[in-house]
Design a protein around this ligand. Structure first.
Ligand SMILES: NC(=O)c1ccc[n+]([C@@H]2O[C@H](COP(=O)([O-])OP(=O)(O)OC[C@H]3O[C@@H](n4cnc5c(N)ncnc54)[C@H](OP(=O)(O)O)[C@@H]3O)[C@@H](O)[C@H]2O)c1
Length: 311
């Protein structure tokens, strides 16, 4: 971690909170009145998700299961009526295909469409965006500057990179603030993602790397789990047993890293008895370039994120 990196969600909360507390209530009256004007114009308790696809669904599911929002406080859209109906039926929330209607009803707008169509969605909704509405984009490779360039008012924009594991409240989310976002806006975003993921706030220059690591990372881990399970099948284990063993091993190994704060190499050494079983397995991994392949996967993902949307 670098000096610019703010670590751990409780530390971040404290940092954001302390900034909030620092604002003197009685001073700065003009700012206060403009803030109350903003909040009267849009109700930030209502959140709209444009693009209720895989990650949109994961966010909806997490927000409802963790009781961060009620069903009437979440609205979503999809491109097709089929998808909108599916979301409506499964989550009992309002889900349609009209983005401008969504924008008119929400104080917080989450953009969860593919990066390739973000431009057309922004063109569609920009004339309807009101001052004070908070825009959170989860689209890979889309900068806050890109989004701000479509808006006529100085709306707060937050770029977020969650991952699919938000669906089971075990996600990883990194946030960064746009030019007009205050600490209080980051705090608002943090409160949305915190119940479903660990959250840290970083400078935006890190967000493509984050995308290549924790954004795409679940896919890499699924491949590892699948491959370990295949190994189990190869040596005679029933498939369900092999998959359980592989997944719980990945879960436990991750928990060890997070809870002991030990370097992964030290934990690996603890499993690797001299002349034992594990070292033979590790030799196979090294021969197969397992380590360098994972490094290259993160590098490629990062590069791809950088080239997705060019301004
Ligand atoms: N998947 C992940 O793990 C993950 C993680 C972090 C960030 N992200 C980011 O999240 C975004 C969505 O990814 P995804 O994997 O969830 O993709 P996805 O499953 O294809 O979801 C995109 C959704 O957008 C909807 N949509 C398309 N055009 C629309 C429009 N004009 N108005 C409203 N909705 C529209 C689609 O509706 P239809 O279903 O009707 O076509 C679809 O439901 C991407 O920018 C990606 O970079 C994804």
């Amino acid at each position: 971690m670098t000096g610019t990196t703010k670590i751990k969600k409780n530390k971040i909360s404290k940092a954001v909170k302390s900034t909030k507390e620092y604002k003197p209530d009685k001073l700065n009256k003009s700012k206060k009145s403009s803030e109350s004007k903003k909040s009267s114009e849009c109700d930030r308790s209502v959140i709209g998700i444009i693009g209720a696809g895989k990650i949109g669904e994961a966010i909806i599911s997490g927000l409802l299961s963790q009781k961060v929002k009620t069903r009437t406080q979440i609205i979503a859209t999809a491109r097709s009526t089929g998808r909108a109906d599916y979301i409506h039926k499964n989550f009992k929330i309002r889900c349609a295909t009209d983005n401008t209607e969504l924008v008119s009803r929400c104080g917080i707008i989450i953009l969860a469409v593919k990066p390739q169509i973000i431009s057309s969605v922004l063109t569609e909704i920009a004339p309807h965006i009101k001052e004070g509405q908070l825009i959170i984009s989860v689209a890979a490779g889309v900068t806050t500057f890109f989004i701000e360039s479509y808006l006529s008012s100085k709306n707060p924009v937050i770029r977020a990179m969650p991952n699919l594991c938000c669906q089971v409240n075990a996600g990883m989310t990194v946030l960064s603030k746009g030019a007009h976002a205050e600490d209080s806006d980051a705090d608002t975003a943090l409160k949305l993602f915190e119940p479903v993921s660990k959250v840290i706030v970083l400078e935006e220059k890190y967000l493509d790397s984050v995308t290549g690591l924790s954004g795409s990372g679940p896919a890499y881990i699924y491949i590892a789990i699948e491959a370990l399970a295949e190994g189990g099948v190869k040596v005679g284990l029933p498939r369900e047993v092999a998959t359980l063993l592989a997944a719980q091993t990945a879960f436990g190994a991750a928990q060890m890293v997070l809870k002991t704060h030990s370097h992964p190499a030290l934990l690996k050494d603890m499993v690797t008895t001299p002349a034992g079983v594990t070292i033979d397995g590790i030799m196979e991994l090294e021969e197969g370039k397992f380590r360098v392949t994972l490094i290259k996967a993160v590098v490629k993902g990062t590069e791809r994120s950088k080239e997705l949307v060019k301004i």
